[in-house]
Design a binder for this molecule. Structure first.
Ligand SMILES: [Zn+2]
Ligand SMILES: [Zn+2]
Length: 257
C-alpha cells in the first residue's frame, strides 16, 4: 500500500508526501519548512523521519524550502546532476546529495523510486513512479508534452498525479504576455487540461484508483474545469478524481496493488 498527500500544488510551491509500509519520501520541497511542517500536521502526518527527498527540477516552486528542510532533518536529497548544478543559490548547502541519471531507479527502504526524463524548460528535469508492495504511484507534472516515454513509465499505475495546468482558451484570452503564453503552451512548458485528458485516456485501466490533478493555474484554469475534464475520461469507472490546492494540503489518499 502507498499513502500520499499533496502538501502544496501549483506555481506557488509543490510538495508531495509519500508513505509506504517502510519508507517516507518527499517529492519536491517548494514551500517553506514551516509550511511543510504545518501542512503535514494538518493531515495527521509529520515530515520528521523522512528517508529521502527527491527533486524533479530546479524551478523555485519545487525547491524553495529544500535547503532548510535538508539541513534541519539531515535527510538525503536525490536529484539529477543537471538539477544539482542549476539549483538556485538560495537553496544553500545541502548536507547529503545523492545524484542519479534520469531513467535510473533508486531504492529507499523497501520502496523503489523510478525516474524518467520529461520535456520542461529546466536543466535536467525528471518525474517519478514510486513503487512499494506492488502498488505504483506515478507523477507527471511540469512537462510540456506527454512523450511515449512518459506514457510507458506511467502505464499500470494505481494512483496518478497529473498536471492539468491551463485551459487553452483561458490562456489565450488571459492577461499573460504572448512570450509567457508561448512558454506555457510550448513543448517544454506545462500540460493543458486537454493534454491531461489525452494522457489520462491513454493510461486509464481497471486497477487505477485515484487521479489527483496538480499545478492548476490560478489565472488560466479553474478547479471545476480541470476536474470535469478528468471526470469525463474516467466516467463509469471506480476512479476517484481530486484537484490539489495551492494553499492547503489534500487529504491522504491510499492506493493498493
Ligand atoms: Zn512547477
Ligand atoms: Zn517547472
Amino acid at each position: 500500500m502507498i499513502r500520499f498527500t499533496m502538501l502544496s500544488a501549483g506555481s506557488g510551491g509543490n510538495a508531495i508526501l509519500i508513505a509506504t509500509d517502510t519508507a517516507r519520501i518527499l517529492i519536491d520541497s517548494g514551500v517553506s519548512f514551516k509550511q511543510l511542517t504545518a501542512r503535514a500536521a494538518a493531515v495527521g502526518e509529520s515530515i520528521e523521519g523522512l528517508d529521502a527527498v527527491f527533486v524533479t527540477h530546479e524551478h523555485r516552486d519545487h525547491v524553495l524550502g529544500l535547503g532548510t528542510l535538508a539541513r534541519k532533518l539531515g535527510v538525503p536529497v536525490y536529484m539529477t546532476p543537471g538539477t544539482r548544478d542549476c539549483l538556485p543559490g538560495s537553496v544553500g548547502r545541502l548536507p547529503r546529495v545523492e545524484v542519479f541519471e534520469a531513467g535510473e531507479a533508486v531504492q529507499v527502504d523497501g520502496a523503489v523510486v523510478r525516474s524518467f526524463s520529461v520535456s520542461h524548460d529546466a536543466a535536467d528535469p525528471v518525474s517519478y513512479v514510486v513503487e512499494a508492495g506492488g502498488a505504483k504511484l506515478g507523477l507527471a507534472a511540469d512537462l510540456g508534452h506527454p512523450s511515449h516515454l512518459v506514457r510507458s513509465r506511467l502505464a499500470g499505475c494505481h494512483g496518478l498525479i497529473l498536471e492539468s495546468n491551463h485551459c487553452p482558451d483561458m490562456l489565450r484570452r488571459g492577461s499573460y504576455p504572448p512570450m509567457v503564453q508561448q512558454r506555457i503552451r510550448g513543448r517544454q512548458g506545462h500540460l493543458s487540461n486537454d493534454a491531461m485528458s489525452a494522457l489520462l485516456a491513454a493510461l486509464v485501466h481497471d486497477a487505477l484508483q485515484v487521479v489527483v490533478l496538480t499545478h492548476i493555474s490560478e489565472e488560466n484554469n479553474t478547479h471545476e474545469l480541470a476536474y470535469d475534464t478528468a471526470a469525463q475520461v474516467v466516467a463509469g469507472r471506480p476512479v476517484e478524481v481530486h484537484v490539489a490546492w495551492q494553499d492547503r494540503p489534500t487529504r491522504i489518499f491510499e492506493i493498493r496493488a
